[in-house]
Design a protein around this ligand. Structure first.
Ligand code: RUB
Length: 343
């Protein structure tokens, strides 16, 4: 029986947290069957109980590992078929972050070559857990590298709620640097409230601003740190709606614009011409019923694209790079699997 977080914005490490917190235990629900593990995880991602590109990738990988661990079918062929369905359900849960796609594919990549059912399930458990662990380690490495760029006395700005960007800010503060942070509200979901809570709890001097205040404060800001849902082969960033406006304002004010992106946020699909689907969510996230006259249309795209010319640095677990270096990193990472993605 698995424990799945039922109301937390961004928690994937639910078992560990459930053990730590009695309050949290009242918030969990039980998942009874192998199929439910996948359905429940997909629903948690769709409804944004689990959100943030890194967390949804780890949730997908861990769900597939759980699925494999508890699989009760009798043949490798059945497992491959059921695993494919499970992967498709997870991939359909949110369309924009390539991290989920990379997490799912990293978890299932050795199943074809497995000779037996035992080998196949073991491969998914091993690869899914390894992806999740590597993902957490990448966030830690980015915090270390990014913090070195922060100077004592800096004013920083972050948008939405990115574990990787927050990791950098917290690491800089832990190094004893005196920093002040502006955090955007990030309408309509207001992930900025999570950010200010996390930073305030870490003792960071943080100021919440509405999204439209970004250009007004930017001349006082030394460095921007944002996360990534997807980075394309041209070095463009796809991240929370409004990120491109933050980047434009930073460019205008000559403020350094840093993207904190684990390499599983790089999209191999874009190498071969695929474009990134920008998720549009329910209009009820923008207005409550009756708030605007009937007939008024609402458009709610939740991510946007920042062109590479507005990005100074992409901070990955492999190091700090320019957007123009992304292509080379992708090609190297794909290695012998390069052509697998060209279909
Ligand atoms: C979250 C968002 C974050 C990235 C990176 O959007 O855009 O900046 O996902 O986050 P949403 P992380 O709230 O719609 O998921 O660094 O935690 O992976």
């Amino acid at each position: 029986m698995s424990i799945v977080c039922a109301n937390c914005y961004g928690c994937v490490d639910t078992r560990r947290r459930a053990r730590r917190s009695r309050t949290f235990l009242t918030l969990v629900r039980h998942v009874d069957s192998v199929k439910d593990i996948i359905a429940a995880t997909a629903e948690d991602i769709r409804s944004m109980r689990v959100r943030g590109a890194g967390r949804i990738a780890r949730a997908g990988a861990n769900a597939l590992a759980d699925f494999a661990e508890q699989y009760t079918g009798s043949s490798a062929a059945d497992f491959r078929r059921d695993l494919k369905k499970a992967a498709d359900i997870l991939l359909a849960s949110r369309p924009t972050a390539v991290s989920l796609w990379n997490g799912v594919h990293a978890s299932i990549r050795n199943v074809e070559a497995a000779a037996t059912l035992t080998d196949a399930t073991a491969a998914v458990v091993r690869d899914g857990r390894a992806f999740a662990a590597a993902s957490e380690a990448a966030v830690t490495a980015i915090a270390r590298f990014g913090a070195k760029r922060v100077k004592d006395g800096d004013v920083l700005l972050t948008h939405c709620n990115s574990s990787a960007a927050i990791g950098v800010i917290k690491a800089a503060v832990q190094q004893g640097k005196d920093v002040r942070v502006y955090a955007t509200e990030s309408r309509p979901w207001r992930q900025g409230f999570i950010t200010v809570k996390q930073l305030a709890e870490a003792g960071v001097d943080v100021t919440l601003i509405v999204d439209s205040a970004v250009r007004s404060v930017m001349p006082r800001v030394d460095r921007v740190f944002v996360g990534a849902d997807t980075v394309t082969s041209t070095g463009a960033l796809v991240n929370k709606i409004g990120t491109s406006q933050v980047a434009l304002a930073a460019h205008e004010a000559r403020t350094e614009f840093n993207v904190c992106a684990e390499t599983y946020k790089l999209s191999p699909l874009t190498l071969f011409g695929d474009t990134v689907t920008i998720e549009e969510r329910d209009t009820g996230e923008v207005v409550r019923p009756g708030e605007v006259p009937a007939g008024v249309k609402i458009f709610n795209p939740v991510f946007d694209t920042t062109p590479p010319q507005y990005i100074d640095n992409i901070i990955t677990e492999l190091g700090v790079m320019a957007p123009g270096s992304v292509y080379g990193v992708m090609v190297k990472q794909l290695g012998e699997h390069f052509s697998d993605f060209s279909e």
